[in-house]
Design a binder for this molecule. Structure first.
Ligand SMILES: [Zn+2]
Ligand SMILES: [Zn+2]
Length: 161
């Protein structure tokens, strides 16, 4: 196989498109996408399941071959959530990249308790309904979390056999 020369600023685990979207979202938010923030994002993207902050720290330390202060990683995560590239699963205290980071949105999750996969939903209808219901109560929502645990369609198939 031919050896492909890597661009000096290329980040492992991140496609050119993912990088462009990430840069666009940061620019929109008036924030700077530093190499360290980008690396944390790439590490979340390269995982096939949501990661806890400590799992992410361990993976970053392995990648960078050095110790990284937990607080630094928590700051990266706060940043990535703020600009809309990453979501936090409140019920699991884990983090995962957004499935459609091109635009701002509120998301909902279906969490499989068997294989650990997290499928992101983006239902404007549900968001509108929650807005209406909270409004009727005179309630001012700050953060609404919709996370449904259960079995994904693949795991459901497996248990049916
Ligand atoms: Zn999302
Ligand atoms: Zn599953």
């Amino acid at each position: 196989m031919a050896k492909v020369a890597r661009r000096a600023n290329e980040v492992k685990g991140l496609t050119a498109t993912q990088r462009q979207v990430a840069e666009a979202r940061c620019a929109e938010a008036g924030e700077r996408l530093t190499p360290a923030r980008l690396t944390a994002y790439a590490e979340l993207l390269s995982s096939n399941r949501p990661l806890s902050a400590y799992e992410l720290i361990a993976r970053l330390e392995k990648r960078e071959k050095r110790k990284i202060a937990p607080l630094t990683v928590y700051r990266h995560l706060d940043f990535l959530i703020r600009v809309g590239l990453v979501h936090r699963l409140e019920s699991k205290q884990t983090y995962l990249p957004c499935d459609h980071p091109e635009h701002a949105h509120e998301s909902q999750y279906l969490l499989c308790s068997s294989c650990g996969r997290a499928d992101e939903l983006e239902s404007k209808q549900l968001v509108n309904l929650l807005d209406k219901l909270t409004d009727q109560q005179g309630f001012v929502p700050v953060n609404s979390v919709v996370e449904v645990t259960g079995l994904c369609s693949e795991c459901k198939q497996l248990t049916a056999d």
